[in-house]
Design a binder for this molecule. Structure first.
Ligand SMILES: *[C@@H]1O[C@H](CO)[C@@H](O)[C@H](O)[C@H]1NC(C)=O
Ligand SMILES: *[C@@H]1O[C@H](CO)[C@@H](O)[C@H](O)[C@H]1NC(C)=O
Ligand SMILES: *[C@@H]1O[C@H](CO)[C@@H](O)[C@H](O)[C@H]1NC(C)=O
Length: 407
């Protein structure tokens, strides 16, 4: 840990969100968002990702046996964040963009400023996110994503207590609506429509879906990510969109989960078809232990004690083959360059500048758990993804950055 403020500031890479113009295409409007790294020491990255993964399993075991639903999002080392207005006139809050949870709430940082648009509801709300949590009251509010992308009567949580969200005001929950079931009291069985749902229900967007694009980055001068509600942005992807139904396997079925398999090079099967999820709140790509061991032998990597990541030599890197994620019958190529952590950020994660670390890591359990792969944002930065509520499917396409060699 690094106790001094200046050092913490050095370790923080904030990708600026402010300057980017809002893209308007017909009725479709997109919300820019930024990536922020907040890694405070060696092993931080993998520990935070694994804690989140454990909570995704455990919370749903709890949920099945009747305790309030909880999902993990806290403790993330690298986050996507967006600036969102609440109230009329709006107050601006910095929210974590999270496809792995579905409650939207504020109050962790900047206090709630009630305005004339505030309608208090009789329900209290609590969500437990691993080592963090929030509890508060639910209100109907106006949520302003962009000046023309405004949600009326959005039920949001106003935290009276929260832990684990330093540096943020709350969460923009973009997961499937059923993840909200069990978070209210007394209306335990009532889902809370997400902002994506309400934009559609209020006729603001033509479809109940959300598209996300980003691109790999190694510097602060990166173009922002883009959330597009109700459609897809053809300027952000290339080639066809492969659509695939949400998996039936629990607990991946609760998230944006799909069945996928992983192959290394032409013929080495890393994992046969198994449930995985797309999660903006996970940094790395986590795979079941048996698959991880096969990947480790195939690449010749060793586990690096300082970072908790796999490490390869320059010679191994030049021989590193592509990984193929086979989703909906299409093989999405994840190149050698995509498989390595951006070298310019090595020292941020406790590594050495000259080393080469891999972003594929161990989820911590063998396959067969119903959630064996987490496609975190090191994956999502290379592909365009669409989260479609109405058709219960996920879309995925290549982007101009799929084969970028920025790392
Ligand atoms: C929001 O709810 C109020 C009542 O609380 C209602 O008058 C208004 O029409 C609703 N607006 C939308 C856009 O649903
Ligand atoms: C970074 O994370 C630490 C805890 O891990 C937290 O105390 C700090 O406020 C965070 N900073 C930002 C700007 O998110
Ligand atoms: C992408 O957008 C186009 C044009 O709006 C639409 O026809 C198509 O169905 C969309 N594809 C998906 C997978 O949502």
């Amino acid at each position: 840990m690094f106790p001094t403020a200046p050092l913490t500031a050095v370790l923080l890479l904030i990708v600026s969100v402010a300057a980017n113009p809002i893209v308007v295409r017909k009725t479709l409007v997109s919300l820019p968002f930024a990536r922020r790294l907040n890694i405070t020491g060696a092993h931080d990255l993998i520990q935070k990702d694994r804690t989140r993964a454990r909570n995704m399993f455990n919370s749903h075991k709890n949920k099945r046996s009747g305790t309030p639903g909880s999902v993990s999002v806290t403790n993330v080392a690298v986050v996507y964040e967006a600036s969102v207005g609440i109230g009329a006139p709006p107050t601006s809050y910095t929210l974590l963009v999270d496809t792995g949870s579905s409650n939207t709430w504020i109050g962790a940082g900047k206090p709630y400023v009630p305005t004339g648009s505030s309608v208090p509801l009789p329900d209290s709300v609590c969500v437990t996110y691993g080592s963090g949590s929030f509890c508060g009251m639910e209100v109907l509010e106006t949520v302003t994503l962009t000046p023309t992308l405004v949600v009326h009567n959005q039920s949001i949580g106003i935290a009276s207590t929260s832990t684990g969200f330093q540096g943020f005001d709350g969460i923009l929950g973009l997961g499937p609506v059923d993840l909200t079931i069990g978070t209210l009291s007394p209306d335990t069985n009532t889902p809370i429509p997400t902002v994506t749902d309400n934009l559609f229900l209020q006729g603001t967007t033509p479809a109940d879906l959300l598209s996300i694009s980003f691109q790999p980055t190694t510097t602060a001068s990166v173009k922002n990510g883009e959330l597009m509600f109700g459609g897809n942005d053809t300027t952000q992807f290339t080639g066809p969109i492969t659509t695939v139904p949400i998996t039936t396997a629990f607990p991946a079925s609760e998230f944006w989960g799909v069945d996928e398999s992983i192959r290394y090079g032409a013929s080495t099967i890393i994992l046969a078809s198994t449930p995985g999820i797309f999660d903006t709140g996970t940094t790395l790509i986590l795979i079941a232990t048996n698959g991880f061991n096969l990947y480790k032998s195939a690449t010749g990597a060793v586990l690096d004690a300082n970072t908790g990541l796999l490490r390869i030599t320059p010679a191994q890197f030049s021989n590193l083959k592509s990984l193929f994620f086979i989703i909906g019958g299409t093989a999405f190529e994840f190149t050698a360059n995509a498989q390595i952590w951006p070298r310019s950020l090595n020292t941020l994660i406790g590594g050495t500048a000259s080393s080469i670390y891999l972003v594929v890591n161990d989820i911590g359990t063998p396959s067969g758990q119903g959630l064996d792969i987490i496609n975190g944002f090191t994956f999502l930065e290379r592909f365009y993804t669409i989260y479609d509520t109405t058709n219960k499917q996920v879309g995925i396409a290549k982007t101009p950055f799929t084969t970028a060699t920025t790392n």
